[in-house]
Design a protein. Structure first.
Length: 217
């Protein structure tokens, strides 16, 4: 890990190489399933920026792109309170839609946004997430395309943030608990309460990470 980040991060969970390979594989699967019609990609702000850019540049398909802004209200996703900060502008009625998010955690965000899109009458609606933290699921929802299954750590990088920081890291790393314990309640824009997490010894090395499932459409 670059020395600059050692103070804040416990370790790298997913390397740049692993991300690149896995995202290419997801693009291939999506391309196969969505071939033949123009698709609409709807991506959730802000955590998907890097993942989305890497994912769609590999899609040799006609597509239109739009964003929905959501943030969990106040100090925790625990409240389940979601605020829409940007609404969809494209019409998805009768369209093939791919909804993209950074991480599926409790599932509240994806469940809520998926229901909202479903109500707009798409022909087909599929979901794609870079990371899946199955251990914390509250809602009954799984994504159709999953990059990696990860254990219950608070992770940052490759678009994922803590208090809007660390999004620029080119890898996914485990945030040191001291960082979010130190941060206190007065942070700006903290979305999602970091969980207690597992002991450091339980954290798998990047070699042992499992890729997530990819459903065939
Ligand atoms: P959910 O609604 O609990 O599924 O949470 C989804 C949102 O919480 C994601 O879009 C992220 O913004 C945020 N989140 C959940 N876990 C993490 C994490 O480990 N790191 C950074 N953000 C996270
Ligand atoms: Mg987020």
């Amino acid at each position: 890990m670059p020395p600059r980040w050692r103070k804040d991060l416990e370790r790298i969970l997913i390397t740049e190489r692993q991300l690149a390979r896995r995202v290419r594989a997801l693009s291939r699967a999506i391309q196969r399933d969505f071939a033949g019609r123009e698709m609409v990609v709807v991506s959730l702000l802000n955590g998907t920026v890097m993942f989305l850019a890497d994912l769609i540049r590999r899609l040799s398909l006609p597509l239109r792109l739009d964003f929905i802004g959501v943030s969990s209200y106040g100090a925790g996703a625990a409240s389940g309170e979601l605020v829409f900060t940007k609404e969809l502008r494209l019409s998805v009625r009768g369209r093939d839609v791919l909804l993209v998010d950074d991480i599926l955690d409790t599932g509240k965000t994806l469940a809520r946004v998926r229901a909202k899109l479903q109500a707009l009458g798409p022909r087909r609606l599929r979901t794609c997430v870079l990371l899946n933290k199955g251990a914390r699921r509250v809602e009954k929802i799984e994504a159709d395309y999953v990059g990696f299954e990860i254990p219950d750590f608070f992770v940052v990088g490759y678009g994922l943030d803590f208090a809007e920081r660390y999004r620029n890291l080119p890898f996914v790393g485990v945030l040191r608990p001291q960082v979010y314990h130190r941060a206190g309640p007065d942070l700006d824009g903290v979305g999602g309460k970091p969980p207690a997490g597992l002991a450091e010894s339980q954290c798998p090395s990047p070699r042992r990470l499992r890729p997530g499932p990819v459903s065939s459409a």
